[in-house]
Design a protein around this ligand. Structure first.
Ligand SMILES: [Zn+2]
Length: 523
């Protein structure tokens, strides 16, 4: 929804400065010292102390120079020196500000603007223009953000923005720095937000104030010493659900008196973990005794995510997993627990992959997890290699056209009999064909062995052929790299490569024709 906001902005989006704002804004802007010197004196004007001074040059301690930086000898503020005789029309500076403006006790506006410092003609006092980018309208229980957008028909239009969050100062002037200085924060003292900033310095002030306005009972969280939760809530939630309809801390946080005492001062994560562990113990195991829940939480709060993963995958309850861990980890340090839970998660994953019955207690909670895990890992390797062999056997049915014998050259191309043979070939010839075994099994490429006819068992050369029947590479020991103990590829092999390439081009065509015929016949 667009609507025009006639005041207090003019049609360029300029926001008039109100009393009490300029000084604070100026304090965040750069200061300049305009100087002129003759033989013995320096005549200068300082925008930090707003005074013109005449000083003997021996008193002027800084080294003067156009665009140098230093301290004003009169007020000791950091300034940039500028020669008075140069024009100041091109001199300007920008900063972003968020100005607190109070409409009434129950309505606060946060005006977000980019301020430009500039000079007019011969004036040595800077002026400031405020270009409005966004403003937030805060009332008890509500917060609304409006952004300022330039319109082609002239002037600015204000657009309601659905989400709160920090303001953007990016503008047609090309500014992308979104940091800002808050101005006139003390004005909040006379409003409904008077407690929002007590002893608290939020990193995202605008987000914090607008969320605080929207949920005024954040104040109860802060006062009840749950300020870390309050902060997490205002900057982004993180899976924390507060019952905002209540002003009773117990109802807001869904905790009873004893739990409030236990959790006071805790972080948002700790709170979330407590609620999660309590919910699981309640629901799965019927445990309601807060002391017992608290004991589990102190032992396992930090591991809530990991336990959750194991529990969803295995169907085991939180209590079962935690009890199993407590029984097996002698050292109660969190490192030992972390390692145990890691191993256990891997073990459970293995069991699922191997279709083991996790409702069987001896499977789900082995007496010796380490040994049991070693066993499942071995079983997985065997299962995977068996599956890979099966896939290779299927792929081999499409490889009839690859084997070749050249009696004349005493060479033969043969198919690997197993995936393991490809790995062994890579080891024997010191090259990386082992890494292709998986894709060979899938039939995505073809690995074939080039061997001497009189010794078909000893690895010699390895060839990769793509599914189109093109030879991609043919590699001997150590990739035929001389610097790597290999030998350059002999001419004999190069000749054979050409001969083999010609052969497979022909034989793949015949193979495809034969398959088509066969398919037609069976159809
Ligand atoms: Zn000064």
């Amino acid at each position: 929804m667009n609507y025009f906001r006639p005041t207090p902005y003019d049609k360029y989006g300029l926001l008039p400065m109100e009393p009490g704002e300029e000084e604070e804004i100026a304090s965040h802007m750069p200061h300049y010292l305009f100087y002129r010197r003759d033989k013995s004196n320096v005549d200068f004007y300082c925008t930090a102390c707003h005074n013109r001074h005449y000083m003997h040059k021996s008193e002027f301690s800084e080294t003067l120079g156009h665009k140098r930086r230093g301290l004003c000898p009169a007020c000791q503020e950091a300034v940039e020196f500028r020669s008075m005789c140069f024009g100041r029309k091109t001199l300007d500076a920008w900063e972003n500000f968020v100005i607190v403006r109070v409409e009434s006790e129950n309505e606060v506006h946060l005006e977000c603007c980019g301020a430009r410092l500039y000079f007019e003609e011969d004036d040595m006092e800077p002026r400031y223009d405020l270009f409005s980018k966004a403003y937030y309208e805060l009332r008890p229980g509500s917060a609304q953000k409006y952004a300022n957008r330039w319109c082609w028909y002239g002037g600015y239009d204000w657009t309601e923005i659905k989400t709160l969050g920090e303001p953007h100062f990016v503008s047609c002037f090309g500014f992308s720095d979104n940091s800002y200085y808050p101005i006139c924060l003390e004005r909040l003292d006379k409003t409904f937000l008077r407690y929002a900033l007590r002893d608290y310095k939020p990193s995202y002030l605008v987000t914090y104030l607008s969320k605080y306005a929207k949920h005024p009972n954040i104040e109860y969280l802060v006062r009840g010493r749950f300020e870390r939760i309050a902060e997490a809530v205002v900057v982004g939630g993180q899976g924390i659900y507060i019952n905002w309809r209540s002003t009773d801390l117990k109802k807001m946080l869904r905790l009873d008196r004893a739990e409030i005492n236990l959790l006071q001062g805790c972080s948002a994560d700790e709170y979330r973990e407590y609620i999660s562990i309590r919910r699981h113990l309640n629901k799965e195991s019927g445990i309601v005794d807060h002391n017992r829940i608290a004991r589990y939480w102190t032992e396992f709060g930090y591991f809530d995510d990991r336990i959750g993963t194991i529990s969803t995958q295995s169907g085991l309850t939180y209590k079962q997993i935690m009890d199993y861990c407590l029984k097996n980890v002698k050292d109660r340090g969190s490192r030992a627990k972390s390692e145990f839970l890691c191993d256990y998660r891997d073990y459970i994953n293995d069991c699922i992959e191997l279709n083991y019955d996790l409702t069987n207690r001896t499977v789900a909670f082995p007496r010796d997890l380490h040994t049991a895990h070693q066993r499942t890992m071995k079983a997985i390797v065997i299962k995977q290699s068996r599956e890979m062999e099966e896939r290779r056997a299927v792929s081999d049915k499409l490889r009839e056209w690859l084997p070749y014998v050249s009696e004349e050259k005493g060479l033969a191309v043969i198919l690997p009999k197993s995936v393991a043979e490809i790995v062994e070939e890579g080891r024997a010839l010191s090259h990386c064909v082992g890494g292709y075994a998986d894709r060979h099994a899938e039939g995505l490429l073809h690995i074939v062995f080039l061997r001497r006819l009189d010794d078909l068992t000893t690895p010699y050369y390895t060839i990769e052929v793509n599914t189109e029947g093109r030879m991609v590479q043919c590699r001997g020991y150590a990739n035929n790299a001389v610097y790597n103990d290999g030998e350059p590829k002999p001419q004999e092999i190069k000749d054979f490569e050409a001969e083999y390439q010609q052969y497979i081009i022909r034989s793949i065509k015949e193979f495809k024709k034969k398959r088509k015929k066969k398919a037609r016949r069976s159809a």
